[in-house]
Design a protein around this ligand. Structure first.
Ligand code: TRP
Ligand code: ZN
Length: 886
């Protein structure tokens, strides 16, 4: 191994902890340049561990150890050993109190893990293994303790000091300092520990639980943001009510706090009673936040709230079980959002994300199962596979059981495992025990990586009036996994007649038709289902609602796709048919373009779009999804060798062609859905804005000065950020005089609002105009930009490299060199973010030889640096490993 700490951790090596910690007393003194942390750990030998007189080994990183005491007797230096990552005390009794005193430097902590400063605030991030950067501890989720946290600091600088649980003491100290003590009665793993200090204001509300307890709700923000908390607060109350209603889960403490901070590696963190959030997922005002922001806030607030039961009360035994809490909690937040807004659109958005990111991950060098077998750095496994595929795996179980049995199973899960640290297997066992079903084969969804491919053939026998569906499944090899076993795949189907009616479904051998919608359960590599009783050949509607995370291959004709797009009774499949049709059209155009042919507009697609537009009164939410062309990376996934340039050219060409053909319809739709409404975030209003802004985007491809004016007018007069950003984004892609005016006006107006400036950076980083890389480099010098702020890095560097595909993959390799320069610089500051950034190139083998060579050279350059983090090392080395290596 090149990097000194790059050790692989394996699931099969799991052992129960040798010691347990019942109680933790933490004393944190915040000083000018440092913090002093004293911890008193009430430790006892774990009766479940077999080892005789094991040494006590505590985790610790970057700690300056001042003193150690055992049962309040100071330990001499010979009685313990310290190295870079552990404190070892060889001789300890069966039960004792260990006191350690360390000094740490939150001011210098740019990794945003452990205790760090964000602007004027102190905050913590302990998941997954950040607590060991605060004090020596058994930093593993199966060690659950009650925490009492005492914080002291200057009162002028830190008037507010928070930690988990309830505040039990507040007192003035000498020298302008003060002290607070918080106690959390619920035992928890240390990754759920949190503390915050600083000058904060809060918005307050309350919620009365099902059993009549009153909970104090508080959202803490920096003073200038106090007017942007309403939406987060109402989302929280909705989430609390929903979890009572749908899962029978009540909140369990007297106070629930959320704190918004500007510097945060991820979206938010579910620390017990004290969630810490990236401010992006809290702050919203009509003029600063888009519809997507509003929906993101609602979803993330709910996600973290739901963790209180799925993650905190019942936690993970080890980090391989991460999806136990994340997959389940994502499924819960998806269903919550579906209930709050438009269910159909929510499902489409989720599947779009899964297909574009998770399927790509599953097909690349970082592919891993929902429950990984090994990792070097656990932070690299907070992935779309663990989160989104994990959610699909829970969704399949919920659907297989049906609503009543699924509820019975989750009730059992909460009853059986409350207060425990468990595994995904324990979860599945509850599903089995509550339903009586055998999910042995189903468990392969947790252990096998890769996306199964399901091929379908249909055969109609006119004489017998029978219709046979044949399914064949296989799953491609992935790193470390060959020759996989068949999965248990639920395929929801209906068969439609020419009018689009669902036909009764009767399998051969059944006495009579059952429902019109059925779920076929595949379990073998090859399987046939024969239905009887048809007078004409039906049209199949397959994998309805995306009933399993697979690639379904059915050779539908264009006519079938157009029929399904117009008539399928499943919203999701109507959309899916439109995407399949558009994808087919685009790939044909790509082939023509590569063959040097002239491009021409396919009458089928144009006609289908026209029909859809004429019906625009019907379902606006679905319509805007239907009219959105598949993205460049989705198209790339369909090619043997991704041709970025051809895809980009052809997709832009098609948008232009559709816009000229459908110009009048698009203008009608734009105008019919125009302003004149007060802004609200009802799903019908969101749909109206989505549709109108989609029409604007098409029209802006026409390069028509009249339309530029229309767009600029929208930018200037809109009463909400959604419409402002839609217009600004179109202008940013267009070489017209209004472009610079709009960008300058926006900058001037929002220079002091970091979250809004993120949008300004992103919209320029994604510009289709030439010279964007130079522009991005120039923007890195802008005073609002900082490499230390993850939101800024994602908005400028992340958006350029992952959204602006064509510009990033320029054949001179300048995009790759740029990204790598940033990764190397970032790695010294914040390895987690550096590792996320370098992943953008992980699918480098999908490109032509020239680009492969250029990207490979950049991975090698990264690895040649002696001191890279294990985060970046793990990604870079796995990306370079030959296919088939582990
Ligand atoms: N548990 C968080 C969630 O709900 C994820 C998270 C937040 C996280 N911050 C992190 C994970 C930092 C790793 C590192 O999704
Ligand atoms: Zn989560």
């Amino acid at each position: 191994m090149r990097t000194k700490n790059a050790k692989t951790i394996h699931l099969k090596d799991y052992r129960p902890p040798e010691y347990l910690i019942d109680d933790v007393e933490l004393f944190i003194d915040l000083l000018d340049e440092s913090a002093q942390v004293t911890s008193r750990l009430h430790i006892r030998k774990n009766p479940a561990s077999g080892t005789l007189n094991p040494a006590l080994k505590l985790d610790g990183e970057g700690l300056q150890l001042q003193a150690v005491a055992l049962d309040d007797q100071p330990l001499p230096d010979e009685a313990y050993q310290v190295d870079e990552r552990t404190l070892t005390v060889p001789n300890v009794p069966d039960r004792f109190v260990l006191t350690t005193q360390v000094v740490i430097y939150p001011q210098k902590n740019t990794a945003l893990e452990g205790l760090y400063r964000s602007g004027g605030l102190y905050c913590t991030q302990c998941e997954a293994e950040g607590f060991r950067r605060i004090t020596y501890y058994l930093d593993r989720p199966d060690v659950m303790a009650r925490f009492a946290t005492t914080i002291s600091a200057s009162k002028a600088d830190n008037p507010v000091m928070l930690a988990n649980g309830n505040c039990v003491e507040e007192r003035e100290l000498e020298g302008g300092r003060h002290l607070v003590c918080w106690k959390d009665p619920f035992p928890k793993p240390c990754y759920l520990f949190a503390m915050v200090a600083g000058n904060l204001r809060f918005q307050q509300d309350s919620f009365t639980t099902l059993s009549g307890r009153e909970v104090d709700l508080r959202i803490y923000v920096e003073p200038e943001n106090i007017d942007k908390c309403d939406h987060a607060m109402s989302s929280l109350k909705k989430a609390m009510a929903w979890d009572e209603e749908r899962y029978g889960r009540e909140y369990d403490l007297d106070i629930y706090m959320i704190v918004a901070v500007n510097d945060f590696n991820m979206g938010a963190m579910e620390n017990k009673g004290l969630n810490i959030f990236n401010s992006k997922y809290v702050l919203a005002r009509t003029d600063t936040a888009t519809d997507n922001d509003y929906q993101g806030i609602e979803g993330v607030i709910a996600h973290e709230y739901f963790h209180n039961w799925t993650g905190n009360r019942i936690t993970c035994r080890d980090w391989f079980q991460l999806s136990l809490k994340e997959g389940l909690t994502v499924f819960r937040d998806q269903e919550f959002s579906a209930d709050m807004g438009s269910r159909g659109v929510k499902r489409i958005d989720d599947v779009r994300l899964l297909r574009s990111h998770q399927f790509a991950e599953d097909a690349g060098p970082m592919a891993h199962p929902v429950r990984p077998d090994s990792y070097i750095e656990i932070n690299n496994f907070y992935t779309v596979t663990v989160y989104e595929k994990g959610a699909e795996v829970v969704r399949m179980q919920a659907n297989l059981l049906g609503p009543e049995l699924y509820r019975k199973a989750t009730d059992l899960y909460f009853r059986r495992h409350d207060g425990e640290a468990v595994t995904t297997d324990d979860f599945v066992r509850c599903m089995e025990d509550a339903s009586g079903r055998d999910l042995t084969q189903f468990r392969l969804w947790y252990s096998q990586s890769g996306t199964p491919v399901v091929e379908v053939e249909a055969e109609y026998n006119a004489q017998q009036g029978s219709y046979r569906l044949s399914f064949r499944q296989h799953c491609p090899d992935t790193p470390g996994q060959q020759d996989k076993r068949p999965f248990h795949i639920p395929v929801a189907i209906a068969l439609l007649d020419r009018e689009g009616n669902e036909l009764p479904l009767q399998l051969q051998g059944e006495a009579e038709p059952q429902a019109t919608r059925r779920v076929l359960e595949l379990s073998a590599a090859d399987q046939q289902f024969t239905f009887v009783g048809f007078e004409e050949q039906p049209i199949p509607s397959l994998l309805r609602g995306f009933s399993a995370p697979v690639k379904l291959r059915y050779p539908a004709t264009d006519e079938e796709l157009m029929f399904l797009m117009a008539r399928d009774t499943d919203d999701f499949n109507r959309w899916d048919a439109s995407q399949a049709l558009a994808q087919r059209t685009l790939l044909k155009l790509v082939a023509d373009y590569r063959a040097g042919k002239n491009l021409s507009l396919d009458a089928g697609l144009a006609g289908a779009f026209e029909t859809a537009l004429k019906n625009s009164a019907a379902d606006k939410a679905l319509l805007s999804e239907v009219l959105r062309l598949p993205g460049e990376s989705t198209l790339g996934d369909q090619m043997d060798v991704v041709d970025v340039e051809a895809i980009h050219h052809v997709r832009e060409w098609l948008k232009h062609a559709l816009a000229s053909r459908l110009r009048h319809h698009l203008i009608d739709v734009y105008q019919q859905n125009c302003a004149g409404y007060a802004y609200d975030i009802e799903s019908t209003s969101i749909a109206r804005r989505r549709l109108r802004n989609l029409a604007l985007d098409y029209l802006m491809h026409l390069d028509d000065p009249e339309i530029h004016k229309l767009c600029y007018n929208q930018f200037q007069t809109a009463n909400n950020m959604t419409d402002v950003m839609a217009a600004l984004s179109c202008l940013s892609n267009t070489d017209c005089p209004e472009r610079d005016q709009a960008l300058a006006a926006f900058e001037k107006q929002w220079i002091d609002e970091p979250l809004v400036m993120d949008k300004w950076f992103a919209v320029q980083a994604s510009s289709r105009l030439p010279g964007t890389l130079q522009q991005v480099k120039a923007l890195m010098e802008h005073k609002a930009f900082s490499l230390r702020n993850p939101n800024k890095v994602r908005s400028l560097i992340g958006v350029f490299c992952s959204i602006n595909v064509n510009a990033f993959h320029m054949p001179d390799g300048s995009g790759y060199a740029f990204l790598t320069d940033q990764v190397i610089a970032l790695d010294r500051l914040n390895p987690q973010i550096a590792a996320r950034m370098i992943r953008i190139m992980s699918r480098w083998r999908r490109y032509d030889e020239l680009r492969q060579g250029l990207m490979r050279a950049q991975f090698e350059r990264v690895l040649s640096h002696a001191d890279i983090s294990k985060d970046v090392y793990e990604i870079a080395s796995k990306c370079l490993a030959e296919a088939g290596d582990d």
